[in-house]
Ligand binder design. Structure first.
Ligand code: JFZ
Length: 395
């Protein structure tokens, strides 16, 4: 888990045939997420397959996507190799319902993994256990399970080192905790250092994503929410920037850069990773609104990333002025509400020798301890209205 704990920030990519539908079916806008359109709009398999000849994302540029992720400070990318609609984005021998059937005819996972490997970003695979395309009920399930394993094997054999196998769709009744454990071991046999999320098995408690009791998987996966308090187990919150994972033309309900930056900090302050989603367009581009927000996050990270990477949950939780993270003896105070009286005060008994503003290292910042509280004398104006980080050191 070493690299994963160091990383703290990754990009989720939901992309597939549903991007072509863009949240609309026969002129009607679907209520749910873009990638669920087949299910929500009750589209028969043969109708949904009409998207195959329309999938031609000529503007897709793997190198550019990786640059966008890297520019935001993200250390890994998790992409949908196959979502619930059953369509794979790579050249699979095990499952012919894949990108090679489209006019695009390029192995997207190959191009993206090559770009990730050459830019030192960890390539990770999302893979859905649930499949609306392949008949998997009753006696057909054995065939489906065989295909699922064959696909996982391809993904862990043909694309170099893979950081995470990110399973999903584990709630289908045919899937059991035993199968989850078997799949976990199967992944580790292909690549001994691959990390597997907790959706490989049945241990997850709904949207909270937290594992109940002993179950397969290396980390917990809260969805669209950040836990209320710090956790000791490994966990990663996945989140959308608007209200959909897969591209949906009508969804312009974007979170502000302030919200996204503070969510990243909040997650790190509780000891977790932040997996932030983009849903590329049918042309193959990350939406402009997402690019703008990622650039803002990157600007913040450029100055403050040492207060995120490799940190653990902060010593002060539930502090209304902001959040804290920790790295060994060093404490990082992420101030959201800059004090009007020029003193940042935190309930913390630890003593520190020096305090430095990461965004303004030359500014004079004094730190004192009154027995109950750490008091930091800061300049009148916040160097960053979203989050100014003060680095506290004991020596
Ligand atoms: C799942 C997918 O269905 C969704 O399309 C997306 O890929 C997301 C990351 O994961 O969404 C879920 C999974 C589980 C629950 C809700 C949504 N749940 O347990 O309530």
């Amino acid at each position: 888990m070493g690299w994963w704990r160091e990383a703290r920030f990754g990009m989720f990519i939901h992309w597939g045939l549903y991007a072509v539908a863009a949240g609309e079916w026969k002129g009607h806008t679907t209520k749910g997420a873009g990638e669920w359109i087949m299910h929500t709009e009750k589209v028969p398999v043969s109708d949904y397959e009409t998207l195959v000849p329309q999938f031609n994302p000529v503007k897709f540029d793997a190198k550019k996507w990786v640059e966008i992720a890297k520019g935001a400070g993200m250390k890994y990318i998790v992409i949908t190799t196959k979502h619930h609609d059953g369509f794979s984005l790579y050249d699979s021998q095990a499952n012919p319902y894949n990108v090679m059937k489209t006019p695009f005819h390029r192995d997207i996972m190959k191009e993206l993994s090559d770009a990730c490997h050459s830019q030192d970003v960890k390539m990770c695979w999302y893979h859905s256990i649930l499949d609306w395309h392949y008949p998997s009920d009753g006696p057909k399930y054995a065939d489906y399970s065989k295909m699922l394993h064959a696909q996982v094997k391809e993904l862990l054999t043909n694309y170099g080192p893979i950081g995470i196998m990110w399973f999903d769709g584990d709630w289908i009744p045919q899937w059991t905790e035993e199968q989850g454990e078997e799949m976990y071991n199967f992944c580790r046999e292909q690549q001994p250092s691959v990390i597997v999320n907790n959706r490989v098995g049945k241990g997850r408690a709904g949207m909270s994503g937290l594992t109940k009791g002993h179950a397969a998987g290396d980390y917990d996966t809260p969805e669209q929410q950040i836990p209320k308090s710090a956790l000791t187990q490994d966990w990663e919150t996945c989140m959308t920037m608007n209200d959909t994972w897969g591209f949906k033309k009508s969804d312009t309900h974007w979170k502000s850069p302030e919200t996204l930056i503070r969510d990243l900090i909040d997650t790190a302050s509780k000891g977790g990773n932040f997996l932030l989603n983009v849903g590329p367009t049918p042309e193959g581009e990350i939406p402009e609104a997402s690019i703008e927000r990622l650039a803002k996050m990157g600007e913040w990270m450029k100055t403050n990333s040492e207060a995120i990477y490799g940190t653990t949950a902060g010593p002060v939780q539930d502090w209304k002025g902001g959040r804290t993270t920790k790295k060994g003896d060093v404490v990082y105070v992420h101030v959201f509400e800059w004090p009007k009286d020029g003193v940042v005060e935190l309930p913390m008994k630890q003593s520190f020798k020096t305090a430095t503003l990461l965004a303004k290292p030359e500014a004079e910042v004094k730190v004192d301890q009154d027995g109950e509280n750490v008091k930091i004398k800061v300049p009148a104006d916040a160097p960053d209205p979203i989050a100014s980080v003060i680095k506290l050191e004991t020596k």
